[in-house]
Design a protein around this ligand. Structure first.
Ligand code: FER
Length: 281
């Protein structure tokens, strides 16, 4: 019974009218219930994985979302989705429920089926969000994660899951500290990532000239650069200065200042909803 229902749901998703792809991205309207569980749609799956980190010298955890109608015989693009300073690999799952948002988008045929990896971006032996999360070594661990991601986690994902392992099928995005990481690591490694998103990016974001020292050379490599922040967020100046520099150097990007927007999951869920529909198209 389970199989036939699954097949029917997956076929109906395939037969739905494809979303229109425009060269200038059109942001989807936020629909009521975009983050609520629907009973009659196909669901993705979230697993916890453990990988050996040569960077940290420990086994580290991440969550992995595989999309509805997941077929290991196919190959999927991958989004690495990063948490904030007070979180760990479960922060998005517990508070943002990305699986619900993505399942709903998939059911509307608005999403390219993708694998989403939710890492722990605090690359240190004790990687829990305990004690003083603003301690220097705890903040430093968010920078160290670049090596863990590139040398340990991505290779693990690519040997464990059926993924398309090239830059055009790899995206990185995150909230706050994770937004800073996404801009730093994404723009710093355009041979690895073509899709980059910073949601309410934190002060760990590099200064624009360090972030993108040769803006002109980056233009052709970027499939999408997304910068968004709430207008009531005390960190808006980080996104603003990045946008100003990009605009000055004619680097195509999306800059969204969300009216009446704070530093919270209301904003980050909206960001994920809209950003994810642009990916891999
Ligand atoms: C800071 C203010 C905010 C900072 C980090 C944050 C490292 C991060 C916030 C978050 O992730 O929600 O000064 O410095």
């Amino acid at each position: 019974m389970k199989t036939s229902r699954f097949t029917a749901l997956c076929l109906s998703a395939l037969l739905a009218i494809p979303a229109v792809l425009a060269s200038t991205p059109v942001l989807p309207e936020l629909v009521q219930g975009f983050d609520e569980v629907k009973s009659e749609i196909a669901k993705g799956t979230i697993d916890t994985i453990t990988y050996a980190s040569t960077t940290v010298g420990t086994n580290r955890r991440a969550l992995v979302y595989t999309p509805p109608c997941y077929d290991p015989a196919k190959r999927y693009p991958v989004l690495y989705l990063l948490h904030g300073i007070g979180g760990d690999e479960k922060e998005w799952f517990n508070q943002g429920r990305p699986h619900v948002i993505l399942d709903n988008l998939f059911a509307q045929n608005a999403l390219v089926p993708m694998i989403v990896v939710l890492p722990n971006g605090r690359a240190m032996k004790d990687d829990r969000a305990t004690g003083n999360i603003y301690d220097r070594d705890r903040v430093q661990a968010f920078a160290t994660f670049e090596q863990d991601l590139l040398k340990d986690l991505i290779p693990y994902i690519e040997k464990t899951y059926p993924v398309l392992a090239d830059r055009e099928h790899r995206a990185i995005a995150g909230l706050s500290m994770g937004g800073g990481q996404s801009l730093n690591f994404g723009l710093g490694n355009l041979d690895t990532f073509a899709w980059v998103g910073g949601f309410s990016s934190a002060p760990n974001t590099k200064q624009p000239t360090e972030l993108l020292p040769q803006p002109e050379a980056s233009i052709d490599k970027l499939k999408l650069l997304w910068i968004s922040c709430g207008d009531k967020d005390g960190l808006l100046s980080v996104s603003q200065r990045t946008h100003d520099y990009l605009a000055q150097h004619n680097v195509p990007h999306i800059f969204q200042v969300i009216p009446n927007g704070y530093h919270d999951f209301k904003i980050w869920k909206q960001n994920l909803y809209q950003f994810s529909t642009l990916l891999f198209k």
